[in-house]
Ligand binder design. Structure first.
Ligand SMILES: [Zn+2]
Length: 595
């Protein structure tokens, strides 16, 4: 407990505004309103007729508007996360006001999409206008999938009673599920909290009750699932996509073929990675088989060590320093400049985040630091995001449409570096083994477990496209996919169960799960290349990747590292990083078991 009483840093938001009643807020809002009104008067219906110089001026004005809006928006957002109970902050009101004002200028997007290609090409001969080429390219991508304003309007109005309506029903119904253990009733989050605290026999009882409740409600959730998938398929078709997956791939800016290659490689790795991991886990637990409800439970080999703030800082900074003195300076600045809120407080947002604020030199970070190992990793992760934002500051805001696959590169890379440092700091082999096992588990979750869901979704969607599919059929598909992932060490029990209905991503973002696997594959390959030391000037190239990630295509950015996402080799490299860690854990487990 001593560590918890240490003085933890808080951020200073006065660089943005002195307080929520700072008169500068009213001034900025008024300026924003005035400039957007001017923008609409000057450009509405006229964008196609602008010459290159005028179009450049229009973008400069948009850039200015964006800066004012983001500064206001983020200040109130950050204020709100300090204490959600403090409604006086009034962030909802400000956000609604900003959205309302912004809606007056959104016409520019459609007007830019509508400019004929040859006209735009000739405009782009102008060097100044080409500064906004990434923003233009990004907007123009939607040309092939444009629908008329009438259809768009109908879809947006009907959304409330279709997709969004179904999702609200899912949320409400799932939240209402109640589970009875002894003579007490539990909600799903309460049941999980209990599950993580009790012994193996009790966990079995909890799982049985969970499965009973899921089975009682499975027909209802299967109907919802069918409706949601059919609704999304219809919408994808209206936007001229063959499937939901094709639309997700388009939004993710990735080719269908690349995604196929990733999944093929991941599916081929189950035996060597996830199945091998569960075998090792069973051995460490001293059992021959693990029941499926215990498979992802964190291993508890040793009394966990607590880190105080200074220790965490030293580990993280030395990890970054060893990799790159330049990155180290940036990360150190975050510690020195009062932009981190690490205090543990009631009412504060409990998930960690790094929030970019382009008008200052980087970002604000928030986490509740209780000194666990996972806190140290989370801090290193968020500092990775924050340093990325510092690099992106060199780019124009409108150009910054970073591929979602690159967003997690700096954070995960930073966490990988920190993990290595942490292993150096730790003296006990048992603790090292526990750190490695938890890291492998995390990587398997991100890379392989998410692919399992993708496989489930693709098969389920194929069946739904032919007609309605039953809850039992969904359970069967889920069971088959799970058994490939777990292998024979994990006991799935004989009867397929309805665990599938408890994963909201499959309902809320159909076909999105693979994105996690994709993003992890990229950073794992990159880190593996770094470890191999075969690419000269890795650090310099890596920093260039960070600073150009908003404006260049991710494939182009990976080229200097000799990496190509369209090669099976590439995905294999990333997976090899996980098997390297597994080798290390297996080796260490021999030492630990023998001693
Ligand atoms: Zn992240």
């Amino acid at each position: 407990m001593k560590e918890n009483n240490q003085k933890l840093p808080r951020w200073d938001l006065s660089r943005l505004y002195k307080s929520v009643s700072d008169p500068k807020i009213k001034e900025d809002l008024a300026t924003y309103k005035k400039l957007t009104t001017n923008f609409a008067a000057k450009y509405k219906g006229k964008i196609a007729k602008l010459n290159a110089k005028e179009m450049f001026e229009m973008f400069e004005l948009l850039e200015r508007l964006e800066k004012i809006c983001i500064k206001l928006w983020r200040f109130f957002y950050l204020k709100e996360t300090e204490n959600y109970k403090n409604i006086k902050v009034g962030s909802a009101k400000i956000h609604a006001q900003l959205q309302n004002i912004e809606s007056n200028i959104l016409f520019y997007k459609n007007e830019i999409v509508a400019i004929p290609e040859n006209k735009l090409c000739s405009l782009l001969k102008n060097k100044k206008l080409r500064e906004y080429l990434p923003a233009l390219k990004y907007l123009r991508r939607h040309r092939a999938h444009k629908v008329s304003d009438v259809i768009k309007n109908i879809l947006s109005k009907k959304d409330e009673t279709s997709f969004t309506g179904w999702l609200r029903l899912y949320n409400q119904s799932f939240a209402k599920l109640r589970f009875r253990i002894g003579n007490k009733e539990y909600s799903n989050p309460e049941l999980w909290a209990l599950f993580n605290k009790v012994n193996g026999k009790k966990r079995k009882e909890i799982n049985n009750e969970r499965q009973r409740v899921y089975a009682d409600n499975a027909d209802f959730f299967a109907y919802l699932y069918n409706m949601i998938i059919r609704d999304q398929k219809i919408e994808a078709n209206i936007y001229k996509f063959d499937s939901i997956l094709a639309k997700v791939n388009f939004d993710n800016q990735v080719d269908d073929k690349t995604v196929e290659l990733l999944l093929q490689t991941v599916n081929d790795s189950y035996k060597n990675i996830s199945q091998r991991f569960f075998k090792l886990k069973a051995r460490l637990l001293g059992v021959s088989k693990i029941p499926y409800w215990d498979a992802h439970l964190q291993l508890d080999l040793i009394q966990p060590k607590r880190y105080n703030w200074n220790e965490a800082k030293v580990i993280i900074l030395s990890a970054y320093k060893e990799f790159s003195p330049e990155l180290y300076k940036i990360v150190k600045n975050f510690f020195d400049n009062r932009v981190i809120d690490a205090e543990v407080r009631a009412g504060k947002r409990d998930t960690a985040f790094a929030c970019p604020v382009p008008t200052i030199w980087g970002a604000y970070l928030s986490l509740q630091f209780t000194g666990t190992r996972s806190n140290v990793a989370v801090l290193a992760h968020e500092l990775g995001h924050a340093s990325h934002f510092t690099f992106l500051k060199q780019q124009k805001i409108l150009n910054n449409n970073s591929s979602i696959f690159l967003c997690e590169v700096p954070s995960t890379f930073g966490a990988f570096l920190t993990l290595r440092k942490l292993l150096d700091f730790v003296k006990s082999d048992l603790e090292k083994l526990e750190i490695l096992m938890s890291q492998i588990q995390q990587m398997i979750n991100d890379s392989l477990y998410t692919a399992l869901f993708h496989n489930f979704e693709i098969r389920a969607h194929q069946e739904i496209n032919k007609g309605m599919i039953s809850a039992e059929h969904l359970a069967q598909i889920f069971q088959e996919e799970r058994s490939k992932y777990f292998g024979s060490t994990v006991n799935l029990m004989d009867k397929p169960n309805h665990e599938w209905l408890s994963f909201p991503t499959c309902f809320f973002h159909p076909c999105y799960c693979y994105s996690y696997s994709f993003a992890s594959g990229i950073v794992q390959s990159l880190y593996k290349v770094y470890q191999e030391k075969l690419v000269p000037d890795f650090e310099e190239k890596y920093l260039k990747l960070l600073s150009e990630s908003g404006v260049k295509d991710y494939q182009e950015l990976l080229k200097p590292f000799g990496l190509d996402v369209n090669q099976k080799d590439f995905w294999q490299k990333g997976l090899n990083l996980i098997s390297d860690y597994l080798d290390e854990a297996e080796e260490l487990s021999q030492v630990v078991v023998l001693s």
